[in-house]
Design a protein around this ligand. Structure first.
Ligand code: SAM
Ligand code: SF4
Length: 455
């Protein structure tokens, strides 16, 4: 099988790109027209030196973000279910040879204890995360997912479960699809084959090609929302960004839609990791901003996910550059919401969900707990067909407003605060008169006790 990542082609684009302001100007204009960018164009913006011109790229990314996502910011939390791992990824605290970590695999009862807490914080969207544990198979994952959907805690409930776990076979993915997963997420870590081989010396994950084509299997099983990502710090960030764009293009050509999301994890220190204290290609904050801005310009309709690996001050800045989904109040050890333990890596942002929601509002962003697209079967190519001409944006804003209202009613003292003030202002400003009227009506119904109203 031939890889759709052509190292030589990508490296030669990087090598032959010389930054030119006039060319960058044309590229920015194309991006502002929401046309996305090709590899050469993205490479040109990535080659921008750290001077004033970079601010123009950041401003354009902010504009594209606001054109497509408005002030919405989707929230979720990870739920780790196992830290037993058969692989030995050099950067990870869960790697097989780390003998100093206390490992845990959650039973269904233990999963439910965690879900109960996450619901009591107000989360509606979870990302189930598992190390590559030989005792966790598709049947167990299906049991976990079904149990999560069935678990209610007062008004709390989880309405969308995404998953990040080792690739399954076709039958395994079909089982996940059947029990209603949202996105299947898997990071290639690095798209550079030689670096990949060094970082993944043994275990099933050492098969670069199998990982590269895992999304094809997921798609063939009917999972049409997939999430890709690269672990920044393992290899040249420009190579990883261009490869992510190649992966998007490949999926779009083959399945009619690119990935639903791209994640941008950056290596954090991890217990007994062999590379995380001193990553081979450490990415500076300014380059990290560049990565996010260029991805936003290159694939405007793809969600960009930022985790609590990053510290809060930087997270706040990155919201303006293109991030559309964030995790909040996260723990990276199985059982971490109800007890302490060894996490997969160190966290940079330890704020609670409520603190992140309020800080986002302070910065002008509406927390959204919306799960409507997936529940209305607006996924994969169907989602893109609506998203690209801008048809679902009015729905999205109203859904964000309604889910934030639920959150404020059920998980805060519901007094006046930054988030409620922002919500009222956004609701009053919904452009379409009919949508505005219906949304305002639904806000009243939520106040009277109804829940889960969405478009
Ligand atoms: N074990 C599965 C796998 O490797 O695909 C599931 C995901 S793993 C628990 C979640 C992700 O954490 C990995 O894909 C990797 O990108 C990221 N990760 C591992 N070590 C990390 C570190 N030291 N800092 C930041 N992210 C890390
Ligand atoms: Fe295991 Fe995933 Fe960590 Fe690799 S990144 S050691 S597969 S948990």
């Amino acid at each position: 099988m031939n890889s759709f990542i052509n190292d030589e082609k990508i490296l030669s684009i990087i090598e032959n790109t010389k930054f030119s302001e006039s060319k960058a100007e044309e590229i920015i204009q194309k991006a502002l027209a929401l046309k996305g960018l090709g590899l050469e164009e993205a490479a040109m913006l990535l080659s921008c030196p750290d001077d004033e011109y970079l601010d123009k790229i950041f401003a354009a990314a902010g504009k594209v973000k606001s054109l497509i996502y408005g002030r919405r910011l989707v929230f979720f939390a990870p739920l780790y279910i196992s830290s037993f791992c058969v692989n030995n990824c050099l950067y990870c605290g869960f790697r097989r040879d780390n003998k100093d970590i206390a490992r845990r695999r959650l039973s269904i009862a233990e999963v439910l204890k965690e879900v109960n807490l996450l619901e009591s914080f107000g989360h509606k969207r979870l990302l189930v995360v598992a190390a590559e544990d030989k005792d966790i198979n598709a049947d167990y994952l299906s049991e976990v997912i079904s149990a999560i959907y069935a678990a209610k805690n007062g008004r709390g409930e989880i309405r969308r479960v995404n998953i990040n776990c080792a690739p399954l076979d076709l039958q395994g993915f079909k089982k996940l699809k059947k029990c209603g997963i949202g996105t299947y997420q898997l990071f290639q870590e690095t798209y550079h084959n030689n670096t990949y081989n060094k970082m993944h010396p043994c275990g099933p994950k050492s098969d670069f090609m199998k990982r590269l084509y895992a999304m094809d299997t997921a798609q063939e099983a009917g999972i049409d929302d997939v999430g890709i990502g690269a672990l920044f710090g393992l290899y040249d960030f420009r190579f990883e960004v261009l490869s992510l764009l190649e992966h998007c293009r490949y999926l779009e050509d083959k399945f009619g839609a690119g990935p639903h999301t791209i994640s941008v994890p950056r290596i954090e220190p991890a217990l007994n990791s062999l590379v995380s204290d001193n990553p081979p290609y450490a990415v500076s904050d300014i380059d990290f901003k560049k990565i996010i801005a260029v991805l936003r310009l290159a694939v405007p309709y793809t969600g960009l996910i930022l985790s609590t690996r990053e510290k809060s001050s930087l997270r706040n800045e990155l919201l303006y550059l293109g991030i559309s989904q964030v995790s909040a109040g996260s723990r990276t050890n199985p059982g971490g919401y109800s007890s302490s333990g060894d996490g997969q890596f160190c966290l940079g942002d330890n704020r609670t969900l409520k603190e992140v929601v309020m800080d986002a509002a302070e910065a002008g962003f509406i927390a959204s707990f919306c799960t409507a697209c997936y529940r209305n079967k607006r996924t994969g190519a169907d989602f893109m067909k609506l998203a690209k001409p801008g048809h679902i944006q009015e729905f999205c804003l109203s859904n964000a407003i309604l889910t934030l209202k639920e959150y404020l009613l059920d998980y805060t003292d519901n007094g006046q605060n930054k988030a409620s003030a922002l919500l009222d202002a956004e609701a009053a400003n919904i452009k379409d008169g009919n949508m505005r009227k219906i949304t305002l009506g639904r806000l009243k119904r939520l106040e009277r006790g109804e829940r889960d109203l969405y478009f």
